[in-house]
Design a protein around this ligand. Structure first.
Ligand SMILES: [Zn+2]
Length: 128
């Protein structure tokens, strides 16, 4: 019982942690925003409006980082990554755009750890 209530309180607390966009004054829930967006003081829409790399390029970069590296750099290029993304989207019954948004959001939220792993992989590949 208590655990259930504490769990509920935790959820409610997250719900009320709102973030106000400094540009358009829109409220967003903090737990729905990538850290980068929160730091910028903007809402999701304002942050990405002028970023042409969102979501497709970021989605491709996420997939490329998982494919790994060789001496030349990433093992697959952006075209290969977008073909893979498109196939997965079809299997999941999503549009390519919807999946790209999910992947781009994941990439933004985990950018630091992805970058760290990418550097390690690339340095490992160079030593071979
Ligand atoms: Zn805004």
């Amino acid at each position: 019982m208590l655990e259930g209530n504490e769990f509920k309180r935790g959820l409610n607390k997250m719900d009320v942690e709102n973030h106000t966009c400094s540009k358009c004054k829109k409220f967003s829930r903090v737990n729905t925003l990538p850290p980068k967006v929160i730091d910028s003081g903007l809402c999701y829409e304002c942050y990405f409006k002028d970023d042409s790399r969102y979501p497709f390029t970021y989605a491709c970069d996420a997939i490329r980082s998982w494919a790994g590296y060789d001496k030349e750099g990433t093992k697959i290029d952006r075209f290969d990554a977008s073909v893979i993304r498109d196939h997965i989207a079809k299997i999941l019954n999503m549009t390519d755009f919807e999946l790209a948004i999910k992947l781009a959001d994941y990439y933004m939220a985990h950018e630091d750890e992805i970058a760290k792993k990418s550097i390690e992989d690339f340095q490992g590949a160079e030593r071979l």
